[in-house]
Design a protein around this ligand. Sequence first.
Ligand SMILES: O=C(O)CCC(=O)C(=O)O
Ligand SMILES: [Fe+2]
Ligand SMILES: [Zn+2]
Ligand SMILES: [Zn+2]
Length: 451
Amino acid sequence: MASSKETYCLCGQPYNIGQFMIECDCCREWFHGSCVDVKIYQSDDIDKYHCPKCAQTYGPSVLKIPTNNHRADRYELGAETRASQVGSPAWVRALAARPLRPAPPALTRLRPQQFTEDFVKDNGFNRPIIFHTSEGLDMVTPNPATFTVRSVLRFCGAQLEVEVIDVRRQSTLRMPLGDFVEYFETPPDLRGERVLNVLSLEFSDTNMASLVEPPGLIRRLDWAECAWPLAEERPPRPAVQKYCLMSAAGSYTDFHVDFGGTTVWYHVMHGRKIFYLIPPTSTNLALYQQWSASNNQNERFFGDMVEWYGTAELCAGQTLCIPSGWIHGVLTPQDSLVFGGNLLHSYSIEMQLQIYEIERRVETPVMLRYPLFEAMHWYAGAHLLTMLRRHNEETQAASYTTMPVAELNGYAHTQLPSYDAAIAQQYPANNYRPTVVHTARRRRGRRPPTG
Ligand SMILES: O=C(O)CCC(=O)C(=O)O
Ligand SMILES: [Fe+2]
Ligand SMILES: [Zn+2]
Ligand SMILES: [Zn+2]
């Protein structure tokens, strides 16, 4: 009878939850992937697995024969006439062949020195901004000449479990950072068509944290910085400020809105990214919800369903800020290493609340939302009140117009009852990056039956 004490593999160790195992199609024994050098992301391509012992008699494992390159499943039979699917090599190639549409009216090009709170007060923060140099942004990043994915490995540790998007399948899997870096350091033509993308490595609590600081203005605007209380008995502040993105060439992240309507900044250390940007007009947000709920979402490029989209090409050394609510997809033409982060702030309250409403309506899993979003609004309200009082004391004249409190006021009344529930529900640490749940065809590592 199978029991949890049962042992397997060359090593004679038991099954460990979370450790990938594979069954030999000859002797029917189970093996730890790490003991027989098979990675979880390679197992899908194996038709018949032969363990090291059986391989001596029956020859090496038999790989599946790919029949198409325009579908999530490259082995799908009879798929020749079916539509191309998002993330497949054919899809990515077709997208890369489209002409770019750099769009002056939608994309503000700023010198870092112009990016001040006064600029935001005067112009709002509702158009993407691109910086061709970071000098003057008051941002901290490591030296790109020496910092690579290998450095990420050194700072965060090979054992750190990271969530990885399998671009072709548009699904997520977890693997140790060490495995991912080994994959990333393999030349693209030897990666066996596997395109992997890491978007959700938040490193605030790793040794890498001190190497990166968001642009100065971003830090000053960020409610997590200026409004979240430091008191120890409070929940830890939401950790969404420092992400390390590592994307293999050919990665594509389909259109989405960042969680909670957060504003986001990206700085490219290595490689290149192409952003497809769509403004969050009410028409576009409605179309977006329609498209998200449709059953052929993964065969339709959302950019073609709206009146207009623009592109922003971001090369090494450049920085992009995407404002609240902007719908975006991202193509990665070359292996890339990017730092970025998300924030809620006082100049996009209305849009942030609107996106939160959409997330509630479409029942976005809590795991994919801004952590403690509602609690954050109470702290932000308190913070704005303090600022307002200070302002009034200083000027002796009530000048409410520049303070965006009105929206919060309405919010406080409608959301009051769910506050505690939100705290309870949202407290666990979670993971908010796009993980393309809609098309997820989850496939865990094969593992032995447990008793
Ligand atoms: O770089 C990518 O592939 C996606 C970036 C992005 O939009 C995100 O992580 O939210
Ligand atoms: Fe995004
Ligand atoms: Zn083993
Ligand atoms: Zn065997």
